[in-house]
Design a protein around this ligand. Structure first.
Ligand code: GDP
Length: 311
């Protein structure tokens, strides 16, 4: 049987078809990424963004899965639909040992308002899989919130900024993460900082103060957005609503200032380059350098195919 048969052709069909329609569309992207009907669907989804994309990153064991489960409950109670993409860093090199005692996301399979998809990060440890961007684009067209979870290992945290509107970094109390974070020079990336496991008491307070101090040393990288440093406990529920509010405040700010459109345009440009690099390598990217333009509102998917045809 053709696995990609009868995937939705329009965003209305995608929305109306529920989780199975989305699963079929994702399978089509995976198996026939060059099918014109697949590109057409991605173009349509790109032109019709509906939801807000939240990127959540942090080291293994910091409490991301636990936090995500708690946030999903909060959003679902508020009537919001949620799509989750969990980028799994298990690779040939580590055999998945990074995941440690990771809690698996548990959601109600009967709930049509929540869709969870795990993806293996391909080459770059903690980086984003090739399917992540197209999947995010489809989910963004139909769900109110799209959450992309990545495991931050070194510099890879920055990858999440190329798919998310709002980036949340998680820091574990007593781990020295805040120091790592300063050293790595990635402080410009997050829009919201979260110290997890607030129930650990003084250690959590200390981590929060460290992070706030580190942020105070940076130039303002977000054009006027003040990065909040929050402390929360997914176990006790403390601070969860503050995070949900901070995400929604940042979404409002992006919309009000016009940053949302600018950022998404920039992301499109990055994906266009990534597509060309993945297919033709760095040499190909050089060759196409005069073509790598994306007109305002133009979808990087069809533009990518235009460039492919010229190569
Ligand atoms: P992930 O690897 O970042 O997804 O982290 P997990 O969500 O799997 O959590 C790692 C460990 O931390 C698990 O043993 C959780 O039970 C524990 N944990 C998660 N959230 C909290 C919290 O708020 N407080 C405490 N004390 N432990 C937590």
């Amino acid at each position: 049987m053709n696995k990609t048969a009868s995937f939705p052709q329009t965003i209305d069909e995608l929305g109306a078809g529920g989780k199975s329609a989305l699963a079929r569309a994702l399978a089509a992207i995976e198996h026939s990424p060059d099918d014109p009907a697949v590109i057409d669907l991605l173009d349509k989804a790109w032109q019709k963004p509906h939801g807000h994309v939240l990127g959540l990153t942090g080291p293994p064991g910091v409490g991301k899965s636990t936090l995500i489960s708690t946030m999903i409950s909060s959003w679902r109670k508020a009537g919001k639909t949620v799509g989750v993409i969990a980028v799994d860093p298990s690779s040939r090199k580590t055999g998945g040992a990074l995941l440690g005692d990771r809690t698996r996301l548990v959601t109600d399979p009967e709930d049509e308002g929540i869709f969870v998809r795990s993806m293996a990060a391909r080459e770059r440890l903690g980086g984003l899989a090739g399917l992540t961007v197209p999947a995010m684009i489809l989910m963004r067209a139909v769900y109110d919130i799209v959450l992309v979870e990545t495991v931050g290992v070194g510099q890879s945290e920055t990858d999440v900024a190329s798919v998310a509107d709002t980036v949340v970094f998680c820091i574990q109390p007593g781990s020295g993460d805040s120091l790592q974070f300063m050293k790595a020079g990635i402080m410009e990336v997050p829009h919201i900082m979260v110290v997890t496991k607030a129930d650990m008491g003084a250690k959590a307070d200390r981590a929060k103060a460290d992070v706030a101090g580190a942020l105070g040393l940076t130039e303002d990288g977000h054009g006027g957005w003040q990065v909040p440093v929050l402390k929360l406990s997914a176990s006790s529920g403390e601070g969860i609503e503050e995070l949900v509010t901070a995400v929604s405040d940042h979404a409002d700010w992006l919309y009000r200032t016009g940053e949302l459109e600018r950022e998404r345009q920039k992301q499109g440009q990055i994906w266009l380059e990534t597509m060309i690099r993945e297919k033709y390598g760095t040499e190909g990217l050089k060759k196409a350098s005069g073509q790598l333009t994306l007109a305002e509102g133009q979808s990087p998917f069809s533009r990518g195919r235009e460039i492919f045809s010229l190569m």
